[in-house]
Each structure stands twice: as C-alpha cells, then as structure tokens.
Design a protein around this ligand. Structure first.
Ligand code: HPA
Length: 289
C-alpha cells in the first residue's frame, strides 16, 4: 500500500514540532513495551500527546503511553517515543513509520530502537538484553514493506541496502560499555524476527522461526528500522527478552501481554540505564552536512 502521506505532510508535522521545541534533537529513541521509564531520565523535558500532533496516529496498546518527549538524555538532545504504532493495531506501515521521517526532518541522525521480545535462542533467559545484530522482516518477505509505493528521493533511494542496518561501531561500543558496567549476565546479540501479531506464535511457528535463524521474536521495530535506514539514519537497538517462547507441546505455559509488561521490570531498568550511558558513545552531530 503506498504512503498516504505526502512530503508536505511530513514537513508540516516537523514544522509544527519545530515551532514549539527548545532544542533540535540529534537522537530519537523508541521505548518498547515496558520500557517507557527511559523518559524519566530526560531532563528539560517537553511533552506532547500523540493526539495533539498533526498527522500522528494514536497508540492503542496498554503499556504504551502515547507521548512524544523532547529533552536531554545523558547530555544528548533526544526525542523519545513513549509508545509506538504496530501493524496489528490496524495501521498501515506508512502510518506506523510516520515519526521516523518526521524525526529525520527535525535533524535527527541516530535512531535507537527498543522492544520486548520472546526468546527463541535456547541460551537466552528471561530478563536478558539482546543487542540487535540483524533482523528478519517476515511481513516484508510476505508483501508488507513500509517502502512499497512510489519512492520519494528526498528521503532515500528506491532500493536501500539493509545488510548494514544495525550500526557496527555502536554495536562494538555497546559491548565494551556492557563490560564496563560489570553485569553478571553477558550481553546477548542476535537476530530479531518480526511477526505481525497480535496472536502469539504457535509451537510450530516458534520452531520454524528458530530454524530461520532468529534469536528473538516480536511484533514491531523492523518497519521503523527500514524507514530510518532508507532516510540515512544510524540505527542500533535492543530487545528485552520478556519471555521464552513455547517450543514444547507438553508445556503448560502460555505467552501473555501481562508477562511481557511485568516480568522484566528490573531488567527494563537495566536496559534504560544502558541506553542512557550509550548516549555518550554516539558520534556528535555532523554540522558540516
Ligand atoms: N512473541 C511475539 N512478540 C512478543 C513476544 C513473543 O513471545 N514477547 C514479547 N513480544
């Protein structure tokens, strides 16, 4: 489905925000389910409800606040999404990814994505943090890509590469920073696979996703990353493993949203702290361009 927004729509939203914010952000952070606490680390905060921002969709999921915050995170000028949009809410992908292009027009050069995900890799434990090395765009392979439709060259090229979607330098810095934090559990790294949801996966689907080479499964993130890479943003991000997927027909456990929100409260704080520390490792803005 082609974008229902014109370049002017993205610009209008960006200009509406620019007329109100005190500082232009360099970094955009998307807070996944249960990770909205990152916003408490912002200083000099300015808050907008999605419902007040021209063209913004609404967030309909419990655990996703629906607010856009501007402020300083560990010294970096940031814009933060407390609550994101999902395809399973019924939004087309051009609506899901609207904020990314608006951020680019605001001058953002780096996108940090976070999400809650189910652990497919048997080495993962609930509460682990997985640095995202790569993704599998399962909806994309089945015909749902946010870049479908006429390409707008003002944002990026027709056929953007995705082989280097997750910034190598920031991944290295994430590993060294994690070591300095002295955590007992190692930082995991792996491939995130996006499924559409909202139903959780069957046992057979989980086994299939494992065989495809995925380490964690969730219902978000990939569309935003594709649109961000298309318009030239540096991207890195993390999955918080909130549950282990069910791989066994004898299991009495069942995935549920409350578990996703609640299990990882402590781990969520750890991830929030980690993201905040990593702000200092993002290269400074390139004023030359
Ligand atoms: N599957 C899909 N999405 C998820 C899961 C899961 O197990 N956990 C958190 N988000």
């Amino acid at each position: 489905m082609e974008s229902g927004f014109t370049y002017e729509d993205y610009r209008n939203t960006a200009e509406w925000l620019l007329s109100k914010i005190k500082h232009r952000p360099q970094v955009a952070v998307i807070c996944g389910s249960g990770l909205g606490g990152l916003a408490d680390k912002l200083t000099e905060t300015q808050i907008f409800n999605y419902s007040d921002i021209p063209n913004f969709p609404q967030s309909t999921v419990p655990g996703h606040a629906g607010r856009l915050l501007f402020g300083s995170l560990n010294g970096r000028a940031c814009v933060m999404m407390q609550g994101r949009f999902h395809m399973y809410e019924g939004y087309p992908l051009w609506k899901v990814t609207l904020p990314i292009r608006v951020f680019q027009l605001l001058g953002v050069d780096t996108l940090v994505v976070t999400n809650a995900a189910g652990g497919l890799n048997p080495k993962f434990e609930v509460g682990d943090i997985m640095l995202i090395r790569d993704h599998i765009n399962l909806p994309g392979l089945c015909g749902q890509n946010p870049l479908i439709g006429p390409n707008d060259e003002r944002f990026g090229v027709r056929f953007p590469a995705m082989s280097d979607a997750y910034d190598r330098e920031m991944r290295q810095k994430a590993h060294s920073t994690w070591k300095q934090m002295g955590e007992k559990r190692e930082l995991q790294e792996g491939t995130y696979v996006m499924v559409l949801g909202p139903s959780f996966e069957t046992v057979a689907e989980c086994r299939m996703l494992q065989k495809l080479g995925a380490d964690a499964v969730g219902m978000s993130t990939v569309p935003e990353v594709i649109v961000a890479r298309h318009c030239g943003l540096r991207v890195f991000g993390f999955s918080l493993i909130t549950n282990k997927v069910i791989l066994d027909y004898e299991s009495l456990e069942k995935a549920n949203h409350e578990e996703v929100i609640n299990t990882g409260k402590q781990a969520a704080q750890k991830l929030e702290q980690f993201v905040s520390i990593l702000m200092a490792s993002i290269p400074p803005p390139d004023h030359a361009s």
